[in-house]
Design a protein around this ligand. Structure first.
Ligand code: NAD
Ligand code: AKB
Length: 314
């Protein structure tokens, strides 16, 4: 039975990944770490309050709990990263470096998420290939590409088994998202479920790759389960489910919610989105470890609206 540490456990992904890992391996096998006390949903399970920049805290946590595998999610996201670029570099890079150094010393396996933010203005925007120009335009993207290279280096040089996915925008209903650019889609769903008008911070035509959270969790666990010999990519795998523009999502929701209205008032996040791909080629993930999404836009919308409406009525 592996002993697992999840950093960033209170976040959009962390809160659901911790639950999925505890369902698989038992509550006590998964340690949740975040800046504030991790939400344990009434479960008696180990948790740590702390900062991933604190190497001694990470080392102590790994020793105390005899950790074998780390899902290192703690990070600042794209919009927050542009507001606080120095902090984004510090949190995103210092935390990852500590985790990789401890993985090297202790023989840990590591999952670390990258993002479509590694791509930039010179990258082909359609069917963005696995191997292509990587010229991120944000500090967040710079940390993600630097992190990918660091992961690849630790794998090649020290044999650290670190695996990574370039997540697209992830859509979920359980937590409010934290400072990203693709968050507009979640905000639009939340407004639709409350039958309230929505003012979108991206332009109507902005098209980005997206995925429903259950598929993202399954991709993460499948990648970690895959035999090492099957993996041809050790910086980070492209990953996608579908793409839509803001106005396509609005029209899709208007078919299901009478009178739902969306207006567009792009802000500084438009610049971030303008430098990201519209569609992604994830054929390497499909070929190497059998990736295929299960949710299309319609299936995701049915599930999102059902859960969000339950919450509105509760
Ligand atoms: P989030 O903002 O919802 O959660 C991040 C968590 O990290 C928060 O709970 C925060 O408190 C914690 N954190 C921040 N700084 C910390 C520090 N110094 N020490 C300890 N904890 C700290 O983010 P998320 O959406 O859950 O994303 C998790 C990871 O996945 C990030 O690396 C992100 O870049 C990546 N990712 C997310 C998406 C997405 O759409 N959600 C897409 C691509 C990549
Ligand atoms: C963000 O918008 O910052 C994230 C991401 C795509 O990395 N959702």
């Amino acid at each position: 039975m592996p002993r697992i540490l999840v950093t960033g456990a209170n976040g959009q992904i962390g809160s659901e990944l911790v639950a999925a890992l505890r369902a698989r391996h038992g509550h006590r096998a998964v340690v949740a770490l975040d800046l504030e006390a991790p939400r344990q949903n009434g479960v008696d399970a180990p948790s740590v309050v702390g900062d991933v920049r604190d190497r001694a805290l990470l080392e102590d946590t790994m020793a105390t709990h005899d950790i074998d595998v780390v899902y290192h999610l703690a990070s600042l996201l794209s919009a927050t990263g542009e507001q606080h670029p120095n902090r984004a570099w510090d949190v995103n890079m210092t935390g990852l470096k500590h985790v990789l150094d401890l993985a090297k010393e202790r023989g840990l396996r590591v999952f670390w998420p990258s993002s479509i933010a590694v791509f930039g203005p010179s990258t082909p925007r359609t069917d963005t290939p696995q191997r292509t120009v990587l010229d991120p335009a944000t500090m967040y993207g710079v940390t993600k590409r630097s992190g990918e290279l660091l992961c690849q280096y630790y794998h090649r040089r020290y044999g650290v088994d670190v695996r990574s996915l370039r997540y697209p925008g992830l859509i979920s209903y359980q937590t409010v998202p934290g400072g990203g650019t693709t968050d507009y889609a979640i905000d639009m769903y939340r407004a639709a479920a409350r039958s309230e008008p929505y003012v979108c911070f991206l332009s109507a035509g902005t098209r980005l790759p997206m995925m429903y959270m259950p598929d993202a969790l399954r991709a993460t666990l499948d990648l970690m389960d895959a035999p090492a010999a099957a993996l041809s990519v050790r910086d980070s795998y492209n990953l996608t489910a579908f793409s839509f523009s803001a106005e396509e999502l609005a029209a899709h929701l208007q078919e299901r919610v009478d009178g739902f209205s969306v207006t567009y008032r792009p802000d500084e996040r438009q610049h971030i989105a303008d430098n990201w791909p519209a569609t992604i080629d994830d054929s390497a993930a499909r070929a190497d470890w059998g990736w295929a999404p299960r949710y299309d836009l319609a299936a995701m919308t049915d599930d999102m609206l059902a859960h969000l409406r339950d919450r509105v009525e509760a």
